[in-house]
Design a protein around this ligand. Structure first.
Ligand code: CTP
Length: 396
């Protein structure tokens, strides 16, 4: 469901990147209204933002045309969230002082929506104690979230912190700012992706798991305020921002990484498609074709969820995390998932049906049932991030 985002642009060289931010917001279905400071208009023209946002752009407080379209107080009320990108040292100082000397700062005082501040400036300016002190003031204000700038080469040719982060990082920060903090102070461990079981250095047994559902759950939990650790097998996804990632390859590595951390967690969510079997012998050298027999002896991998269930599950004797498992089934989905939940000792099970386009490996959308001891909640077809948020709403 699209949100109403007010994008405030102030006058730094990174102002041109605000165009990409508007495009990314519009692309995902958000409605965007842009307000520019006087300085921003030196770098980029309001018309560009008007075309991209498909809305009039606010530039001055006392513009009768704009005020009749949407007054500055209405604009402050309209927004579900405000994003300031780029936020210059000057804008940050004016905000910290509580000034209202242009349209943007006036709206900022009048809104009770969450505000995401994305500073971008020269490295020396960023490091200046006054700028840092102003940022502390902002981050201590209720509903304000400051996104640290990226490090790298800046327009002024200096190298260091000061770059505006990618649009995707800013969108994630907005989602975090708008999210109910259902998991604040909670620690969440998530497994994601496939594992690889090597036959020799050039061959392995694996599966087509993309890791998308595990990543969506990690991102949703992080947005809801949790400290998230994701143990993931080989996938080609960028980890969500703010999530601690442990990279593993084999089921045994995943098993070890989970067992080392599980006892101190509040939730352990096993989303990974762990290979159930591995070759009995792994050759250090590539096996020659002529040496192959056509037979491959396999041994069982540890069942991570079942092992956690025996310790921390409903019949286990140790206090520990709430255990959430996943079950992909082709028939009798809910009934089989319920049996699997009991067999593995999970507190909750997320069941999905294999077969059909929305359930194929790597799909962007899915539909699942969340099973607990006494009920089943159906989550309708939606993109995996929306489904992940619903899973947490039912699991926390
Ligand atoms: N799982 C695990 N370790 C394994 C295998 C599975 O932690 N070695 C977890 C998965 O991450 C998932 C749940 O167990 O949360 C169910 O996985 P699934 O492959 O459906 O379980 P299996 O025991 O392999 O079930 P089946 O009998 O259907 O093959």
């Amino acid at each position: 469901m699209g949100k109403k985002i007010l994008l405030g642009i102030s006058g730094g060289i990174a102002a041109y990147k605000a165009c990409e931010v508007v495009r990314a917001l519009v692309k995902r279905g958000d409605e965007v209204r842009v307000v520019m400071t006087k300085g921003a208009q030196e770098f980029i023209r309001p018309m560009t933002l008007q075309v991209l946002s498909e809305n009039p752009v606010g530039t001055t407080t006392f513009d009768p045309g704009y005020e009749s379209e949407i007054g500055h107080i209405d604009l402050a009320r309209w927004a579900d969230a405000v994003l300031l990108a780029p936020a210059t040292a000057n804008l940050i100082a004016r905000m910290a002082a509580g000034m209202a000397d242009d349209l943007l700062t006036t709206v900022l005082l009048a809104t009770d929506a969450p505000v995401v501040v994305a500073p971008a400036m020269n490295t020396q300016m960023w490091r200046h104690p006054r700028v840092q002190a102003n940022l502390v003031t902002l981050s201590e204000m209720p509903r304000h979230l400051v996104v640290d700038p990226d490090e790298g080469e800046l327009a002024c040719k200096e190298v260091g912190p000061g770059r505006l982060p990618d649009p995707e990082v800013l969108l994630q920060a907005l989602d975090r700012a708008m999210s109910p903090q259902l998991l604040s102070d909670k620690k969440v461990l998530i497994t994601a992706g496939p594992t690889r079981e090597f036959i020799d250095p050039a061959r392995f047994i694996s599966n087509p798991s993309s890791g998308k559902m595990g990543h969506a759950l990690a991102r949703a939990a992080s947005e809801m305020g949790a400290a998230v650790t994701m143990v993931r097998g080989p996938v080609s996804l960028d980890p969500p921002s703010g999530v601690d990632v442990v990279e593993v390859t084999t089921a045994r590595q995943m098993h070890r990484a989970v067992m080392e951390r599980a006892a101190s967690m509040d939730y352990a969510v096993m989303v990974a498609a762990v290979a159930d079997w591995r070759p009995a012998d792994e050759s250090d050298e590539k096996v020659k074709k002529r040496e192959m027999t056509g037979q491959l002896e396999l041994v069982k991998n540890p069942d991570i969820l079942a092992e956690l269930g025996a310790r921390f599950g409903p019949d286990g004797d140790e206090a520990g995390p709430t255990l959430i498992g996943f079950a992909a089934e082709s028939d009798d989905v809910v009934e089989r998932a319920r049996q699997k939940m009991k067999r593995k000792g999970a507190h909750l099970m997320v069941a999905n049906k294999i077969g059909g386009p929305a359930t194929a490996f790597g799909a962007d959308r899915t539909t699942v049932s969340v099973l607990s001891e006494d009920k089943v909640v159906e989550i309708p077809l939606a993109d995996k991030l929306a489904v992940a948020r619903k899973i947490w709403e039912n699991a926390h």
